[in-house]
Design a protein around this ligand. Structure first.
Ligand code: ATP
Ligand code: MG
Length: 553
């Protein structure tokens, strides 16, 4: 699907190139290393990386590590791995905002000298009070009249650690009566005696986001600083910072709408709570939509790219149906993956007229829609497993699978007719008996006779015993994310664990993330965290069918 119409960001970039404002496009993705990336970040990464590629420009990954309270090196590593997995190069393009602390300090000094910044002793509460509201202008800060010399001295004291946390801040002098509250002398530096994961104890003052971000962009010669809509009101401040600091060819901020998924929560705070309360087994629990979780669940970078493309770029907030993400992974795997036989809820079938002790190899086409995937063999023997739901003692009308007296096709194998079955004391079927027609080898009709049901099966002698996990969304859509008492409102069926599933012998000795179609069941992948040689574990990525239709399709 080719995107013919340009999105509004491409239109801006092309105009900048045409009118000589931009020689080489440079975009960036600026994660704060305080959590794992999610599907929304994937959109931002692929958008920025894609634009850099489209215009033969550059793409930077910059860790926006200016707030040491919540940041950790663990997150830096995880974020980097996720970005590379998505296919965007990090090598040679990695930057850290903390490398610019000296320049940011100098930039603040420059503003003080230009009388564009001053040190204030107001407390955080007082600053909020003085700031005014949407309808009332703010009040002048009583410390706004300090001299340049005094401000330089006090700011140097802040840097040297002579000021306690919260005792003084540096504010930009802009306009206390601006209709935009962000412009009412915003705080640009604060004192925080904290250890930073990269700069250690070198600094005890840290720049605020609105001051730091435009400087980071300008230092890296970013041309188009693409961010989400909530920063639209901050743009005048962004422009003020780069103008007052007199950067040549300052970067331009462009906002687009965040990606939201229906029935899915992406917020770091929420996911953190699920992790901390042990409801999920980590940031990569396959029920989450962090990039690590999508990877573990079995999503591919291609499917996520496709999804992001289909979402498009817009200026209006809206949310996208989770089913669209499922559509993308189904489409991606459909032709690429072999179609294997796996019985998730097994019941044993004995073929009474098949010679005891005999086995044979049957040839199976891997994917009828893609010849290139070739063929494989599967073992057939006297005892096999079928799905419990593929047998009924007393079938309703239009039930074409196995029941006493009915002949069905075992996929790629033989025609079999059910002759008998055994039940345990609780009435549960424990064994089914059949006879087979040796002339129907390969599943072909020997004499033109027809059977209506074709069922998958697994040879009992060679079956691989595995655990299979089925997933649903973790949030209960109907009721919302939180209960009235603030507890999390969860879907009790978000995880179903199936033990003792029987898989065909070709599904052994696999690697983490290997994925397959299991005929009639969906797409599955080897779980990277819990699967072992002795105890294989598969995640269902997505089922095969959905009523979902692409919008505009
Ligand atoms: P969250 O609010 O989900 O915790 P964040 O915005 O705090 O995420 P950052 O690390 O600050 O996370 O974001 C890095 C970049 O990703 C920013 O440029 C931000 O605009 C972008 N981004 C974050 N969430 C989304 C989203 N849902 N859709 C598109 N871009 C996003
Ligand atoms: Mg943020």
């Amino acid at each position: 699907m080719e995107n013919v119409s340009k999105n509004f960001i491409e239109t801006v970039i092309e105009q900048d190139i045409r009118e000589g404002r931009c020689d080489e496009v440079c975009t960036r993705f600026p994660p704060e290393p305080n959590g794992y990336l999610h599907i929304g970040h994937a959109k931002s990464i692929l958008l920025n990386y894609g634009l850099a590629q489209e215009y033969q420009g550059k793409f930077h990954v910059r860790f926006d590590d200016t707030n040491p309270t919540k940041e950790k090196p663990e997150f830096v590593e995880a974020i980097r791995a996720d970005i590379e997995w998505l296919g965007a190069d990090c090598e040679g393009n990695l930057f850290y905002a903390s490398d610019y602390f000296e320049e940011m300090y100098e930039a603040a000094v420059k503003l003080i000298k230009k009388k564009k910044a001053y040190v204030s002793d107001l407390t955080a509460d007082q600053i909020r009070e003085y700031r005014g509201t949407l309808t009332e202008p703010g009040k002048e800060d009583p410390y706004a009249s300090r001299s340049v010399e005094e401000n330089l001295q006090l700011f140097a004291d802040m840097k040297k650690g002579r000021v306690a946390d919260g005792e003084k801040v540096l504010r930009a002098r802009i306009d206390m009566s601006s209709s935009n509250i962000n412009m009412r002398d915003p705080v640009i530096y604060r004192v925080a005696h904290m250890k930073h994961h990269r700069t250690g104890e070198q600094w005890c003052i840290y720049p605020m986001y609105d001051f730091a971000h435009p400087i980071e962009d300008a230092i890296e010669r970013i041309t188009h600083s693409i961010c989400t809509l909530e920063f639209e009101d901050h743009r005048p401040l962004y422009d003020w910072v780069v103008r007052e600091l007199e950067y040549e060819n300052p970067p331009k901020q462009i906002e687009f709408a965040k990606l939201y998924l229906t029935n899915v929560v992406t917020g770091k705070r929420y996911i953190k709570r699920l992790v901390e309360e042990g409801i999920v087994d980590g940031w990569d629990d396959p029920r989450l939509v962090s990039i690590a979780a999508l990877k573990r669940r079995g999503f591919t970078p291609e499917s996520i790219k496709k999804f992001v493309e289909l979402c498009g770029v817009s200026k209006a907030n809206s949310s996208v149906d989770y089913a669209m993400l499922e559509y993308c992974i189904r489409e991606d795997l459909k032709m690429k993956k072999p179609r294997m036989m796996a019985v998730l809820d097994p019941v044993k079938v004995v073929i009474d007229n098949y010679p005891k002790g005999q086995t044979e190899q049957l040839c199976v086409v891997n994917n009828l829609e893609n010849e290139a995937l070739g063929e494989r063999t599967v073992t057939f023997s006297r005892e096999i497993f079928i799905e419990r739901e593929d047998f009924m003692e007393e079938p309703p009308k239009k039930y074409f699978r196995m029941y006493p007296g009915n002949e069905v096709r075992l996929m790629n194998a033989y025609f079999v007719t059910c002759t008998d079955y055994i039940k345990d004391s609780e009435g549960r079927v424990t064994e089914i008996h059949c006879t087979y027609d040796p002339a129907s080898r390969g599943g072909n009709s020997p004499d033109g006779r027809k059977v209506k049901g074709t069922m998958h099966w697994v040879c009992a002698l060679s079956a691989v015993n595995a655990e299979v996990r089925l997933y649903e969304n973790i949030v209960d859509e109907e009721k919302g994310v939180y209960n009235e008492d603030g507890s999390l409102n969860l879907n009790p069926n978000s995880l179903t664990v199936l033990k003792d599933c029987m898989l065909e012998e070709n599904l052994k000795d696999l690697k983490a993330y290997d994925s397959f179609q299991f005929v009639r069941q969906g797409f599955f992948c080897v779980d990277a965290k819990d699967s072992t040689k002795e105890h294989p574990v598969f995640n269902r990525i997505v089922s095969l069918k959905s009523s979902y239709k692409l919008p505009n399709a």
